[in-house]
Design a protein around this ligand. Structure first.
Ligand SMILES: [Zn+2]
Length: 442
């Protein structure tokens, strides 16, 4: 149920001191208004009634800002913490004054999240805590989560990570829906707690029910001068508004083997995955040009019993982690586990079928469209085979054949001609970036 939101506005804005000076983080302007005003707009539009701002540092300025309340449908209360108790400590201290369920926002994030939708997911799952998660371009210094197929959190990895870490790029985006009673065990202690580092791991360890809400909506922290600059650029380019659940965004669909990673026969284990040169840079360039990046890959190794779904997950974990180390990420990876021909020793009979998802069939595009609103007319396909080019033609995508992997010499669909040819992923990315200049200027 949408009712109460908590905005965590305590903590000193030391990391933003060079731009914020002596104003609290939540009053740092993004565009022509403080980030707090953007957040209150969102809460008001979503139907919230009760907003508690947990403030510490420079609370009187926040009081002054909300005193001329421009959001008459919101009842805004400021809770001033006497001693800094961390993100969760301050909330837990006031636990008995809070309703049964509330949404927690951090005061230094810009977001365009459909909060009623996230709350409905939380209610449906019957979760104690729901954490919004997404991939980002710095998983190595982010708090990460692991989930099962239904989205139930199975492990939390808070930053800093061990040097040999390798995780899926599933980042906790610091937006939560919380059942008050799940925090009860900490009540009355008035100690310093952080949600990500102390409270959620303990809730999980004690058998609590945490869910991850996978979202592709816009949510970014602006807690450092560099991140603030990025968020301001996103605002002026229209990216924040476009990052909502409904706006169709162009996508670059990417083949995997021979396009992102070297084609050394079939990849059956993580150590066989070797990224091609400049792949992360190419992905960064396409993202900067305004595209989502979605991998669609035929993996008949699964049907043939040569690799399990768990092996594939481990391979994709390595792919995501290595890209993340270079500041690149994928929005999603879809794979076809099927294969039409029988007769391999160890094969999985249930996956031996003529399916709708094995490229050049377009089933994986349908799967992606069910999760992401896609502007097909401005989308692309990049691959190294005529199968990928045939897929692009059937799906109505512009296509680029890269001269890596099979270099288009697979001979499967000789009449499938690409719109462009490129010597590698970076050149393909440059072609797309050049063709896309007007994307954010309209
Ligand atoms: Zn399939």
């Amino acid at each position: 149920m949408i009712d109460c939101a908590i905005i965590l506005a305590g903590g000193k804005g030391t990391r933003l001191a060079s731009v914020a000076g002596s104003i609290p983080k939540v009053l740092v302007p993004v565009g022509d208004r403080p980030v707090l005003a953007h957040q209150l707009d969102l809460l008001s539009a979503a139907g919230y009634k009760d907003v508690r701002i947990f403030a510490g540092h420079l609370a009187e300025q926040i009081e002054a800002f909300v005193s001329g309340n421009q959001w008459p449908d919101l009842k805004i209360q400021i809770e001033v913490e006497s001693t800094p108790l961390g993100s969760a400590g301050a909330v837990i201290e006031k636990l008995d004054t809070l309703p049964e369920q509330f949404t927690v926002l951090y005061g230094d994030t810009m977001l365009a999240v459909d909060l009623p939708r996230m709350t409905a997911f939380h209610d449906e799952c019957g979760a104690d805590v729901t954490i919004l998660v997404h991939p980002n371009d710095h998983p190595f210094d982010s708090d990460l989560v692991e989930t099962d197929a239904e989205g139930k959190v199975t492990a939390l990895h808070s930053y800093p990570h061990p040097t040999d870490a390798c995780y899926r790029n599933i980042v906790s985006a610091a937006l939560y829906v919380v059942q008050r009673e799940s925090l009860r065990p900490w009540a009355g202690k008035a100690e310093k707690y952080d949600f990500a580092k102390n409270v959620f791991p303990a809730v999980l360890a004690s058998g609590g029910c945490l869910f991850a809400y996978h979202s592709h909506e816009y949510i970014k922290d602006m807690g450092t001068p560099e991140r603030l600059k990025k968020v301001e650029r996103d605002l002026s380019a229209g990216r924040i508004k476009m990052g909502n659940v409904a706006t169709a965004i162009p996508v670059v669909f990417l083949d995997r083997d021979g396009t992102l990673n070297a084609e050394n026969g079939y990849v059956r284990s993580p150590d066989q995955l070797q990224l091609l040169p400049n792949v992360a840079g190419a992905l960064r360039l396409m993202r900067e040009a305004g595209y989502r990046l979605i991998v669609i890959t035929n993996q008949p190794v699964i049907a043939r019993g040569e690799a399990s779904e768990a092996d594939l997950a481990a391979i994709h974990q390595k792919l995501e982690w290595e890209l993340g180390l270079e500041g690149a990420y994928l929005d999603a990876i879809f794979h076809c586990p099927h294969h039409p021909d029988s007769g391999f020793p160890g094969e999985r009979v249930e996956l031996k079928m003529a399916c709708q998802c094995r490229k050049p069939a377009t089933g994986m595009l349908d799967l992606a469209s069910a999760e992401f609103p896609i502007d097909i007319g401005r989308s692309w396909m990049i691959g190294d085979t005529t199968i990928d080019m045939e897929f692009a033609s059937r799906a109505g995508l512009r296509s680029i054949l890269v001269q890596t992997g099979s270099c288009g010499r697979d001979g499967k669909f000789p009449s499938a001609t690409p719109d462009f040819s490129a010597n590698g992923l970076m050149e393909a990315a440059e072609i797309i970036a050049d063709a896309s200049k007007p994307l954010f200027e309209a």
